[in-house]
Design a binder for this molecule. Structure first.
Ligand code: CA
Length: 330
């Protein structure tokens, strides 16, 4: 075996076949530990996730860092650590802090910055523990080294967050992220990497101007217009899906695009996954939360049964990877 190929296999950079729906750890095992910390990623890894998700924004010094939002006051103690560094809207932004400054923050379970109250009250307590924020490159090294030490091949699933907003700020998020993905071997269709984005203009730019050859997922809101020339309603029509199939490998809509109904009796499985499959697109809906279930199901296993067996989705974003692994093992 050529040495480079052997090394890529060792690090789990090449994707394994996908014989069953993929378990995508949403921000890590974020149902149990503060989102996007290496602790949450390690737990998700240990629970058997196939892919670990990274949401990526830029720091002041242009480094891709892992945060769910451009603003960072809902998941860190930035307001206490750097008082006065907020913008006119009262929010604190990753883009206004260097990596060295961001590293001084303590990451926390998500909370409402106005009240300090937890968004998910039954999860890990807010402001407790010692958790550092992570750069994209650090997280990739962490996952590849875990792949080396365990012999598994867990992939990455980076999301380009708010590229249009970054551009308005004079920054190019994708131009900073892609060289890192290329450096670590994630830039082909065989790589264990899905790049995801909510902005259609950026998806087109990735395939066009930026020459990205790796796997791509178009994230979709439920309905209506999104940022960056995105028309979620149109993109879920047959014509929209056919157009998307020229560019991406799959779609990532909310679970409510696949399963509707206000009660279990009124539950209906939509034809979205089937229509997407017809044009060769995978379905990776978000987000399975055991503590925030849709009203159309009685429990978390019923939701998975409907998604996996009836809608036949190809993957699932989950805050609780262990529940999904257990369900699929049955
Ligand atoms: Ca995300």
């Amino acid at each position: 075996m050529p040495r480079l190929l052997a090394l890529l296999l060792t690090l789990g950079v090449l994707a394994a076949a996908e014989p069953r729906p993929l378990i995508i750890a949403h921000r890590g095992a974020s149902g149990y530990l503060p989102e996007h910390t290496l602790a949450a990623k390690a737990l998700a890894y240990g629970q058997g996730a196939d892919y670990l998700e990274q949401d990526v924004v830029l720091s002041k010094d242009g480094v891709p860092v892992i945060f769910h939002d451009p603003h960072i006051d809902t998941t860190t103690d930035v307001a206490k650590r750097f008082p006065g560094r907020q913008r006119a809207d009262g929010r604190y932004y990753a883009l206004d802090f260097t990596v060295a400054e961001l590293k001084q923050l303590n990451a926390s379970e998500r909370f409402n910055p106005k009240t300090g109250k937890a968004i998910f009250p039954r999860r890990f307590p807010v402001g407790v523990g010692s958790f550092q924020i992570v750069t994209l490159e650090e997280e990739i090294q962490f996952i590849q080294n875990l792949n080396r030490s365990t012999g598994r091949a867990v992939g990455i699933y980076p999301e380009l967050k708010a590229p249009a907003w970054h551009r308005k700020e004079g920054r190019d998020l994708a131009a900073a992220v892609l060289p890192i993905l290329r450096k670590y071997g994630y830039d082909t269709k065989d790589s264990a990497c899905y790049v995801q984005c909510f902005e259609y203009a950026e998806i087109k730019r990735l395939r066009g101007e930026l020459g990205w050859q790796g796997k791509l997922i178009m994230l979709l809101g439920g309905k209506g217009k999104g940022p960056g020339e995105t028309d979620f309603t149109y993109l879920q029509t047959d014509a929209g899906l056919a157009e998307l199939a020229q560019l991406v490998d799959g779609i990532g809509p909310p679970i409510s695009s696949y399963v509707t109904g206000k009660t279990p009796a009124e539950r209906r499985v939509t034809d979205l996954a089937a229509r997407a499959r017809k044009v060769g697109l995978k379905s990776h809906p978000y987000t399975l939360r055991a503590d925030e279930l849709p009203k159309s199901v009685r429990d978390v296993d019923e939701l998975m049964r409907v998604l996996f067996d009836e809608a036949k989705v190809d993957g699932l974003f989950t805050d609780f990877p262990d529940l999904c692994v257990r369900h699929l093992k049955r």
